[in-house]
Design a protein around this ligand. Structure first.
Ligand code: HEM
Length: 253
């Protein structure tokens, strides 16, 4: 039987590879078909938006969410990994806010109204919830004066909210990719074919969406597996006993 740990690391590797592919694909899409990057309130500044959002709110966020599941971290002090978790999420928040600045600046430069689309509504709610979650996490779990009762109350809410924000990030990215393709591949200009005529850019960006979904499913799969949860203090030995008993049951190969 493949041990639970080997299975975990298989999934973890898949998660790392898919995350890397998401970043490569979103960067290549904007470099190859959208003209590249600049920070001058032009279309080229907009191109930072998808790159920073996918990298920050999907790939970094997803990796921060599964950090406590990595068995390697279980033998070490949780406080250290709490700091790594918080630092990864702070970088994710920073990249997402930079990604928002890119699109707000671009809208202001071209006199495009702000927050008119469903994508922008879902997106802004995601960032607001994420900011609130990060601040509450800091106060509840990292500050020394937070009472134990408050931590215990906060823990399940924090875990549920963490998953909800991740799902909202996935939804924001998928709706953003779709909106961008519908807005730009309209077939009205000579330089762009219609979305419906299957141009290479559309196939590539659709594939990016599929990669984001695959990454999201692997992260959610890891989070939903109870056997990959970091054991609470004192639980470790009983879990090892259970697992040994399972492996020595008659008929087990
Ligand atoms: C978690 C990820 C994302 C979040 C939170 C997010 C959030 C937002 C927000 C709040 C706006 C409105 C800005 C304004 O009104 O000035 C916006 C605009 C936009 N975003 Fe995203 N976005 C995300 C990912 C993406 C991705 C991956 C794309 C793909 C290209 C994208 C494409 C767009 C487009 C085309 C606009 C301009 C039109 C509009 O306002 O809806 N977004 N985004």
């Amino acid at each position: 039987m493949i041990s639970s740990t080997v299975l975990f690391y298989g999934n973890y590797m898949l998660c790392l590879c898919l995350g890397l592919l998401c970043v490569v694909f979103v960067s290549y899409w904007n470099a190859e078909w959208r003209g590249g990057f600049a920070w001058d309130a032009s279309f080229l500044q907009f191109n930072w938006h998808p790159v920073l959002m996918v990298t920050g709110l999907v790939v970094l966020y997803g990796n921060a969410a599964i950090l406590y599941r990595v068995p390697f971290t279980w033998g070490q002090r949780k406080q250290r990994w709490k700091l790594v978790h918080a630092a990864l999420l702070l970088s994710s928040l920073f990249l997402s806010i930079l990604g928002l600045c890119a699109v707000f600046d671009f809208h202001t430069g071209y006199h495009i109204p702000n927050l008119y689309s469903l994508h922008s509504w879902v997106g802004i709610c995601t960032i607001v919830l994420f900011t609130a979650q990060w601040v509450l996490g800091l106060v509840g779990f990292l500050s020394t004066c937070s009472p134990l009762g408050f931590r215990e109350l906060l823990k399940p809410v924090h875990a549920w909210m963490g998953v909800a924000i991740f799902i909202l990030s996935l939804a924001s990215c998928l709706s953003g990719i779709n909106e961008k393709l519908l807005l730009t591949l309209n077939g009205n200009s000579n330089s762009t074919a219609a979305y419906s005529s299957h141009p290479a850019e559309a196939l590539f960006a659709n594939f990016l969406g599929v990669l984001i979904v695959a990454f999201g499913l692997v992260v959610l799969g890891i989070l939903s597996n109870q056997r990959w949860k970091r054991p609470e203090p004192g639980q470790e030995s009983s879990r090892e006993e259970q697992s040994a008993a399972r492996d020595t049951r008659p008929g087990r190969v």
